[in-house]
Each structure stands twice: as C-alpha cells, then as structure tokens.
Design a protein around this ligand. Structure first.
Ligand SMILES: O=C(O)CCC(=O)C(=O)O
Length: 311
C-alpha cells in the first residue's frame, strides 16, 4: 500500500480547467503528462492489444476494417496500469476536482480505435452504466495519440450534466453481450441528439499525448470512428471516486456481465455500502484535516490494508 497524502497543488491552467469542467461538464488540461508516462503506457497498451484480457470486447465485427478494442480493470493485471493510476498526476487532479477527503479508483477502461475503424461510440451518459450513487465521480480521458474528430475524438454535449434526466445505457457494440444486461434497467433510451446536431452546443478538443479531458459522469458524450488511414487512437478512461459514493445494486449495470464478475472475484458489496473493496482501491487522502477526521481516516485505512491484498 502506497497511499499519497501530500498537499495538492495545481497550476492556474488546471484551476481554470476545473472551473470550466463544473460549468460545462467537460474540459481539457494541456500537457499534464510527461513523455515517460506516455511511452510507458503506450508499451503497456500494446501488451494488452497483443494479449486481450478475458473481459475485453472487440466491437468491430470480424472481417471488417479497423479494430475497436475495449477492455476494463487493466490495473488489476498489469503493473504499469497500476502505477499510472496511483502515481501519475491524475489522482491529485481528481482530488482537486471532487474536493474529497479520499480518492478511490473505480476502474480504467481502454478504448482503442485503430486506423479505418468505422464503429462509433454511441452517445451516452456514464453513470447509468455503473452500480454507483453519489456526486463525487470523475472520468479523465487520456489519449496516447494525437486525436481530433477525424480520429474519433470524443464530443460532449455542453452543460448536459446539469439536466435532471438520466437515460438507459446504450451497448457500445450490438454483439458485445451488454445489450441484454442494460435492457433490465427499463429506463428511457437516449434521444438521437445527433439528428438535431445543430440544435446543441458540442464540445471537443484536438488533443496531443500529454493532454487529458475531464468529464462528468452525467455529461452526454460519444465519438465517431477513426477515419484516418494511418493514425491510431489509443485512449484510456480513468474513473475516480470521492467521499459520497456508495454502491447501488440496481439491475442492469455493466458489473453484472459474467466476464467482468470473473475478473472481480472479491467483489461483495451490498446496496448502500461504501466502496471498501480491493476491487476499488483507496489511492489518496488529504493530509490537512481536523483531528477527528484524521483519526477516522487512519482507522479506515488500517481496515482496508487488513482486508485487501491489492492495497
Ligand atoms: O473513447 C471513446 O470513444 C468514448 C469514451 C467514453 O465514452 C467514456 O470513457 O465514457
């Protein structure tokens, strides 16, 4: 267990991106990851692509051009993904965004679109897919290539995280095995926002390796295929959780999928539980807290060390 608890300092640019995130539901931070992280993680991603995990999904149908590869909880099987989740600058940014005493890691999701991949990522909100209740949730989208709209850059419907409406999850690929699970939720499907594209204000950024995009669990977002014939689109979505998040055992979330259950054998949470589980490690606490809060935090950490082989 290597829990970071140093005070958090971020640049003025990051502070301004955080303000924009709260207002619009998504924002970009430029040049936050150095070359070492980028080259290490590119190699780690290649290992995964060469040896797909048991929970991975090939969204591109067999025989079609390109490859849309999805995978989950990479940190549990590859030490470089774990190092990235614990020691890159991202947990500190999450702590700053969420203003939480603690930061837990929910999971990492790899989304690679190789050149000439046609498959889109359908528009969706993230929270409906997840067995979570709470406000303190943040995703950070990390590109490892130069990505613009042509390569399948993600588009965000500005301000949609403020809407009250929550829509049913949409399966990314029709044969991915998720559609049957999501159907159980029984929520209203997401309207076709693309049809009336010009009615809405969309956010998107041309990003370079080193840049990251912060986005809210309720902002509506999606991406096109990768139309480039020679540029890859390798991206990792990192999901961080703060203090108020608890387990929500409503039916139809992605965690129900058998292949996901199989990679989380220790998972044993009940409705309303805090996410104290080795599946979702505690990775950061604030160092400056009232005394009683520190004592509470310490005993909590000791418990999680005792109960976890991963932390
Ligand atoms: O990378 C993409 O195409 C979409 C990412 C996304 O939807 C997510 O991380 O929630």
């Amino acid at each position: 267990m290597d829990l970071q608890s140093d005070p958090i300092e971020v640049s003025d640019e990051t502070e301004s991106a955080i303000r924009e995130y709260h207002k619009n539901g998504a924002s970009v931070i430029r040049g936050i990851l150095d070359q070492k992280w980028i080259s290490t993680m590119r190699e780690a991603i290649q290992r995964v692509l060469d040896h797909p995990g048991s929970a991975s999904v090939e969204y591109t149908p067999k025989g079609e051009e390109g490859r849309y590869y999805g995978d989950f909880f990479l940190w549990r099987r590859d030490p470089d993904f774990e190092e990235f989740m614990r020691h890159s600058p991202l947990p500190a940014i999450a702590a700053k965004v969420l203003k939480s005493n603690s930061i837990r890691f929910f999971y990492d999701q790899l989304l690679v679109k190789e050149p000439l991949t046609k498959e889109k990522t359908p528009f969706h909100q993230d929270l409906p897919y997840w067995p979570l209740k709470g406000e303190d949730i943040l995703s950070i989208w990390v590109p490892f290539d130069r990505v613009g709209l042509q390569q399948g850059g993600v588009r965000f419907l500005k301000g949609s995280h403020h809407w009250k409406q929550r829509y049913a999850p949409t399966a990314f690929g029709k044969d991915s095995g998720f559609a049957e699970i999501y159907a159980k939720m029984g929520w209203e499907p997401l309207p076709d926002f693309e049809k009336n594209d010009n009615t809405y204000y969309w956010l998107n950024w041309e990003t370079e390796p080193g840049d990251v995009i912060l986005f809210h669990p309720l902002v509506i977002h999606g991406s096109g295929g990768n139309q480039s014939s020679n540029q890859r689109r390798r991206a990792l979505a990192m999901r961080f959780l703060g203090d108020d998040v608890v387990w929500d055992s409503r039916p139809g979330t992605f965690i129900e999928k058998e292949t996901i259950q199989e990679i989380l054998p220790e998972l044993n949470l009940k409705d309303g539980d805090q996410l104290e589980s080795p599946c979702f490690p505690l990775i950061r606490t604030f160092s400056i807290q009232p005394e009683t809060e520190i004592m509470k935090q310490n005993s909590f950490q000791e418990n999680s060390i005792r109960n976890s082989s991963h932390e």
